[in-house]
Ligand binder design. Sequence first.
Ligand code: UD1
Ligand code: CA
Length: 470
Amino acid sequence: MDCAIVLAAGEGTRMKSATPKVLHEIAGRSLLGHVLAAVSEINPAQLCVVVGAGREAVESHLSQIAPTAKTVFQDRRGGTGHATQLALAEIKVSGTVIILAGDTPMLTGASLKELVAAHKASGATASVLTAEHPDPTGYGRIIRADDGTLLRIVEEKDADEDQKMIFEINSGVYAFDGAKLAGAINQLTAANAQGELYLTDVIEILRNEGGSIGAVLIEDFVETLGVNDRYQLAESAAMLRDRINETHMRNGVTIVDPTTTWIDVQAEISNDVTIFPSSAILGKTTIECCAVIGPRTTLNNCQVGQGASVVESNCTDSSIGADANVGPFTYLRAGTVLKESSKAGAFVEIKNSQVGAGSKVPHLSYVGDATIGEGTNIGAATIFVNYDGVEKHPTIVGDHVRIGSDTMLVAPVNIGDGAYTAAGSVITEDVPPGAIGVGRSKQRNVLGWVMRKRAGSKSAQAAEAKESKG
Ligand code: UD1
Ligand code: CA
């Protein structure tokens, strides 16, 4: 029975954050979530996470993303060896034990699988995932014997000048023979520069006991990068963005400017979708074939149908039907459903509303808590007045309705199928099917007013010149 232990009790002091380090997110997933996603690819029978700093927040996050994970509490920083001791005391140790840190979001499931496969094939007592790092500062260095076998790991703070020149680093990811690890872990001492129990010292102990130690050199050191501060958070986010974008592009998505296109891990995008620059595809957004997104568009948890277009817009928890047109400058809030071939145009805000097939809200409108039928046109600057200052109320607009420009639809109110409203109306009563609702005062003109009240003004002069010309 294989077991994975994730060490995530560290304080993450350098993040300078009220949020525990491993809960910071990149690409729509916590750092810990990225690590657990990689771990899930080796499918361990037991998963154990050592938590410490921000324990409550981390545990509640874990209950969401990995409800079967066992958590072990480390109340003080005793080192990676100490954290491992606590975990091993809590689990049934048998088979292979994989240990890794909770702050390495770039690690892939493929590399973990490679480590575990190499470990099992070689029958080694312990196998370490290593990388050639262009700047190894801060990492534990891999010390090999003349025959190339792994002797031990020396931490930066304990390394001499020669050892600091070694570029091969310890990634902090290991596979162990569980029973042998359980025996060695209690022999650790804190006789080192940091006064901690180092998990890395287990390697030398096992080797001295006659165990064989393997090393799997990972091709791309980027996978081993840990996040310790906001600078590294942004670096990892950019690298993950590039990795995610590459996958979509290889799957047939056109990304015009990959450096300004941010796509979360859970988004699904069909081939032949085009994404223009400075766009973000967040959360569980899905985009069907041939849709065009951007530029400067954010979609968060949205479904976008085939052939739809969303330009310069911000949309959350909304469904955009096939061939629908959104934008530019449209704000779709939670609960917006645009049916096929509908339109939400410039400076339109919609929330918790359905816009029927082929219906249009082309300009300068607010639509809230409304159900709009098919083939209906909502004139420019129409406002669905859904809030009486205390409560929200619904508006129902039928099929093939023509709402005149600048109409106020004061909810609750129903506009029947095929009805019209006159431009500038304040509609407070239902309009029956086929009727026109007129809710405004009749116009009157006061003749000569400008010449009398604004005598000599440019307006008065213009009016008088017109009069004298006849
Ligand atoms: C560790 C390794 C180092 C390796 C590096 C890779 C040791 C002694 N050193 O160093 O060889 O190159 O990782 O990134 O293991 N943690 C706990 N409890 C503790 C201490 C740490 O849970 O008491 C957790 C941390 O939250 C972190 C992980 O263990 O997720 C590694 O700890 P960290 O302090 O980052 O170790 P490094 O000094 O980076
Ligand atoms: Ca670290």
